[in-house]
Design a protein around this ligand. Structure first.
Ligand code: BES
Ligand code: MN
Ligand code: ZN
Length: 501
């Protein structure tokens, strides 16, 4: 799938004065007099920037850009200056916003090659590797368009950006940052593309085919279990959901094994519900189209595996994707039905719209056979998580505090944040059933947590964490579209693990 624009990044050791470029980009802090590189450029250009500040054209606020043409003293046709706001406020998040503003401006003025001098600017707690990586991620995220389903596509353009640095060490670190940023962008773009596809295209079979296709490009081995294999295994919970639909269910297994053979793998389990109408407990019509995004957990797993493979991380990672639709057919689950899961535990389906946990629990039991070092499931699991944390932060629950801490840290580093919610006895009892081992809903309070509690009943034999991405996986309204989250968090987690082991 092609998107509207492709950004190519490279790095060069160079000096500002000698550099010839059709377009030069620098950053400026809000300070009088100007400081750092902006002050130097201002001197060279006989005050071109400070004049614009003085006459009120440029307030140097974060995200604000100006374009200066034919400035004296620099061998460039256009000089783009992006504001950073106050020096003490420039953290990596604001730096990313400034980078997004730059690429938007370059697109608007139809630049196809530019020379960037942004990395020497001070960003709180960040060195060249991190700055370069976030610059690449931010720009990639900004230029993304999904037009594969439109009859007229945006003209495919590419833009070449050179990141300038002044020492060998900066060169090395910037290269590393670009590499990571591009790998994560590749994963994020794949996750967005899969998420944005409509339910009539992106079915369980389509996801399975995409997983098989990964084998052509990456050292990933894919197997797909079909309905009859799942029947033989006894995946009664997963199968009860897919019975309500005409699309056959799939359990996709993707193995990326680039670590020592003796190393136990990280298993990522992604909810691949390609359309969630709620089943017999039918959802209301408003915004129901957004339930095509109910496979964004699966999309994150695709993205993280691809990022790991792009970076050739020396790790063993397994992606497991239970995939189904949730529709109200005559054979669908009915409220009160009792199904038997792969773990042999029986489940009373009190609400057929709590289907994510039903397909996940069988995949989580299946995960045991990989002797995992840790298992992380990723799911657009509950509306309650959106109520609790909104659209900025993913929900995190775990049966192992060290794993939870690692994920929170990965979220902070990658600016793809997660916040831990509690699990525990007090909440577990909300899942008691009069007729089966466990009910599939825990009542109106603490819905995100009781969903986590449900999953925890199937993960007792290994270290496990659960990421609820119901609020973070896509945007609604005018900017409707998949975000590619939590690919950055998972990629960071895998990068950090491969450093340690
Ligand atoms: N896929 C939904 C969760 C969801 C809803 C994500 C809205 C994002 C926005 C999930 O399958 C679901 O329907 N969950 C129910 C659970 C309830 C019946 C206990 C929910 O959250 O309403
Ligand atoms: Mn549902
Ligand atoms: Zn769902």
């Amino acid at each position: 799938m092609k998107t509207g624009m492709y950004v190519k990044f490279s790095v060069k050791l160079s000096k500002l004065k000698d550099k010839q470029a059709s377009c030069t980009v620098i950053g400026a802090f809000q300070s009088t007099p100007l400081q750092g590189l902006a002050a130097k450029v201002d001197d060279l250009t006989q005050g071109a920037i400070s004049k614009r500040i003085k006459n009120g054209d440029f307030k140097v606020e974060n995200n604000e850009t100006i374009v200066l043409y034919d400035v004296p003293g620099l061998r460039t046709e256009k000089l783009v200056v992006v504001g950073y706001g106050k020096p003490k406020d420039l953290d990596i998040k604001k730096f990313r916003e400034a980078c997004a503003a730059v690429i938007r401006k370059l697109q608007a003025i139809h630049v196809n090659t530019a020379s960037l001098w942004l990395l020497s600017d001070e960003v709180k707690d960040h060195e060249y590797t991190g700055k370069a990586r976030h610059l690449v991620e931010s720009m990639g995220d900004t230029v993304y368009r999904f037009d594969s389903m439109k009859s007229k596509k945006d003209e495919s353009q590419s833009i070449n950006l050179v990141l300038n640095v002044s020492t060998q060490a900066q060169l090395r670190n910037t290269r590393q940052g670009i590499k990571q940023g591009q790998a994560i962008n590749t994963g994020v773009t794949l996750a967005k593309n899969l998420g944005n596809l409509p339910g009539n295209v992106c079915t369980p079979s389509y996801l399975a085919q995409q997983a098989r296709n990964l084998q052509k490009k990456y050292p990933i081995k894919t197997r797909v279990l079909g309905q009859s294999q799942m029947e033989k295994l006894g995946m009664g919970a997963l199968l009860s959901v897919s019975r309500g639909s005409r699309q056959p269910p799939k359990l996709i297994v993707m193995e990326y094994r680039a670590g020592l053979r003796t190393r136990h793998p990280v298993v990522l389990v992604g909810k691949g519900l390609t359309f969630d109408a709620g089943g017999i407990s039918l959802k209301p019509a408003a915004k129901m189209d957004e339930m095509k995004y109910d496979m964004c957990g699966a999309a994150s797993v695709f993205g993280a595996l691809v990022a790991a493979a792009e970076l050739k991380l020396p790790l063993n990672v397994i992606g497991l994707i239970p995939s189904s639709e949730n529709l109200p057919d005559g054979a669908a689950n009915k409220p009160g039905d009792i199904v038997t899961s792969l773990s042999k535990k029986t489940i009373e389906v009190l609400n057929t719209d709590a289907e994510g946990r039903l397909i996940l629990c069988d995949a989580l039991t299946y995960a045991e056979r990989f002797k995992p070092s840790v298992v992380i499931d990723i799911a657009t699991l509950t509306g309650a998580c959106v109520v609790a944390l909104g659209n900025h932060t993913s929900g995190l629950m775990a049966n192992n505090q060290q794993l939870a801490d690692e994920l929170v840290e990965a979220g902070e580093k990658s600016l793809d944040k997660a916040w831990q919610l509690p699990l525990g006895e007090d909440y577990q009892s909300q899942l008691d059933s009069n007729f089966a081992d466990i009910a599939n809903i825990g009542g109106p309070s603490a819905g995100a947590i009781t969903a986590g509690c449900f999953l925890s009943r199937f993960t007792e034999d290994y270290k496990w964490a659960h990421l609820d991405i119901a609020g973070t996986a896509w945007r609604s309204g005018k900017a409707k579209g998949a975000t590619g989250r939590v690919v950055p968090l998972l990629s960071q987690f895998l990068i950090d693990r491969s450093d340690k082991h």
